[in-house]
Every structure is written in C-alpha cells, then in structure tokens.
Design a protein around this ligand. Sequence first.
Ligand code: PFF
Length: 440
Amino acid sequence: MNNTRDGFNSRIGFVLAAAGSAIGLGNIWGFPTQAANHGGGAFLMVYLLVLFLLALPAMFTEMYIGHTAQANPVKALGKACGEKSALLGKTAGIIGLFGAIGMLSFYSIVAGWMVSHSLAPLAELAGQTQAKQWLNTNSLDRNLFFTPIFILLTAAIIIKGVSQGIEKWSRRLMPLLLVMLISLIIYIAMQEGAAEGIRAYLIPDFSNITDPKLIISAMGQAFFSLSIGVGGMMVYGSYLKKEENLVKLSISVAALDTVIAVLAGLLIIPALFVAQHQGIEVYNNGALIGEGQLIFGILPQLFNQMGEIGIFVGFAFFFLLSIAALTSTISSTEVPVAYIVESKFMDRRKATLLVSLVVLVASMTIIFNFNTLFGFVINVVTNYHLPIMGLFYFIVVGWLWKRGNVLFENQTKTIKLLAYYIKFVCPIMLTAVFLNIVSA
Ligand code: PFF
C-alpha cells in the first residue's frame, strides 16, 4: 500500500511546499503589523527567540510524527500513541482536522479579499471605476463571490495530488512570490520617506520588551507562521521520503519563513512611512491604525497617489498576498483530504470536493454572522487550538510514543539533546506561555 502512496518527488519540492504552507498572510500582513506595533526590532528579537526555542522544535515534532508514520495525521497520531492510547491519538487527529477546517474557514475569506483587491487595479486599467469601487469595498456580495473562488482555486491544486498538484504549484508560485516581494521592496525603498520607515523597523525600541503580552504575541505569531497544530506540516512530513534528513529540512523551512517575514516588514513599514510622507494618516494616538485599515485602507491610498505605476504596484502587492495565501490553504486542505482518501477509501477527487464543500459551508456561516463569528473563530484557532495541539505533539513524541520512535534510540549527541529538549523543556515552556495567554 505504501509504495503507491503519492509523495514529494524532490527535497526542494518538499521544502518549497512546506515553506509555502508557512509563508502566508501571517508573514506578509501579520508579522509587519505586529512588529510595527511592538517596538520594531525589539519584536523581531523576541520573535526570533521564541521561534528558535519553541516554534521550530514544535514544527519539527509535528513533521517527525508524519514522516515516521508515512500516513495522514489521524493514522499517524493513532500509531504514535501506541495500542493503549491509540484512541487518544486518533481523537486528537480528528480534532486536528476540525482545526484545519476552522483555519480554512476564516483564512479563505481573508484570502478572497486579497484576490478582489488584486483585481481592483485591473478594473481601473480597463476604465471600470464602478467595478474597482466594488472590488475595493468590503461587502457581503464580495465575500459571497470571492470566498468560493478561493476555495475552488485551492481545490483545483489539491485534486491533482501531491507531486502533480502541491509540489508542482509550490515550485511555480514560491519563486514568483520571492521575486515580487523583492521587486516591491526595491520600488518602495526608492520612494521618499522610506528610509525613515526602514530605520523605525530595524532600530529596536526596548521600552516594552519585558511586557508579557509581547512574548505572547510573538509566540502566537511564530506558531501561526510555521503552520503548527492543524496537521499540515505532519501530512507534508508524511509525503517526504523516509531517508531524508528532517532536522536539516525543517530548519530550512523555518529559515525561509522567517526571511520572508522579515523582508515583508521591509516592504510594509517603509510603505507606511512613504504614505505618511504623502500626507496619509497612518498613526492614531501613537499606535498604528488598525490592522485591516493598514492593508486595505492606507496602502491602496498610497498606490492611488502613485499614478499609473501605482496600478501595477497595487496589483503586484495583492497578487503577492493571494499567492502566499494559496500555498497556505493547500496545506491545510490536504489534511482532511489525505485522511478521507487513506482511511475512508474515497477517491481524491470526491474527497477534495467534499472537504471544499465543508469549508465553504463553514466560511458561509462566518460570512453571514460576521460580527459574532469572524474574530471568535480566529481567536479559538490561533490562540487555543494551535498551542494546545503543539503541546500535544511534544507529549506524544516525548512521553507516549515508544515503539518506532527513533528520536531516543542510537542517535548522535545533537539529536539526543533535541529529543530530551522536546521531552522536558518544550512542554514546560509552552504551558507557561499558554497559561499567560489564557490569563491575559
Ligand atoms: N502559516 C500561515 C501564515 O503564516 O499565514 C498560516 C497557516 C497555514 C496556519 C496553514 C496553519 C496552516 F495549516
């Protein structure tokens, strides 16, 4: 059965797909906004610390469970928990599937906004001012149109399978994303006011570095950014050939993710200062104008003021965000699809359609109850689901998993150290931060 299982054809394919999952709206929108609001370089330093100490080990742990089992997250966790606790493992795997659906339900809505904003400049180019206005303004109609489109885009890639869909598209989209990001950074850096933004971003303001909220925000951001806790990294790990070196590869994925987040800061924060230079209001009572306003209010205003070139810059910016979102939604969609295909023996096409339909219903429920559900689902998934699942992965690998857990057997000193770090230090640290989140 295992010989026929689809998987990544190349190491680079795996790295790009996993980095694609990690690199998303969280990097290009979330990270720069958090950095701008939490002391620029100071946030970056705390972020790097929690990333290295906690999020990277958690991502490795998640991938390791999938990689060893070479199976979908429900099966993999069931196996890892051993005969006595198999039910616990499987249940956690199923909860993970719901986490993936929950995450997709709000992420697809936001991703739809990115697509509509990327089409607005094209409408302008075609002289369709009314259409441009509609594409740039949040409305029920717009959500009802673009959320399904994004879910369909994701499904179109997933339906093709791992090597012909996920891997192929990650190899196409990720280099494109990098080129677009760097081009935008260079263009913005040449505008007046940008230098001040680069300074504000890179020079740390340590005044609130000991604020527990800063550490909590940095950790939440790091977990979200590395896509930990919904099984996406586990299922990608399971598609990686058994003989590959997971420690090295997971470090590459985290490094790519971090580089892109830091680069995105070099785009967004200078862009804000350029906007400010042009008389657009950016700060309100010393704090940056709300997160949504930043991307959908200030930046489009800036692009508008740039004249013709602004049309292309605006398109490139939102297209970049749409690509980043797409490579992230494919990984979480793959989680339930892999489970249904492998454990329920449904063919891939039907499984993809079924999962997409469930995500669509969940998204529509949020859209029709936006004020009550949107923030609530984001809060539950990002602040509770992700860290709790991360903690569970640590406990599985450190404590519950005996047979087949090679992390503690015949290993080099470094791996042994990593194993004991995952067993003792990570769960304690994560619990401490999590308790802070709950009481914050
Ligand atoms: N890592 C993505 C981001 O930074 O936007 C978010 C994400 C994608 C979380 C996929 C979880 C996931 F399974």
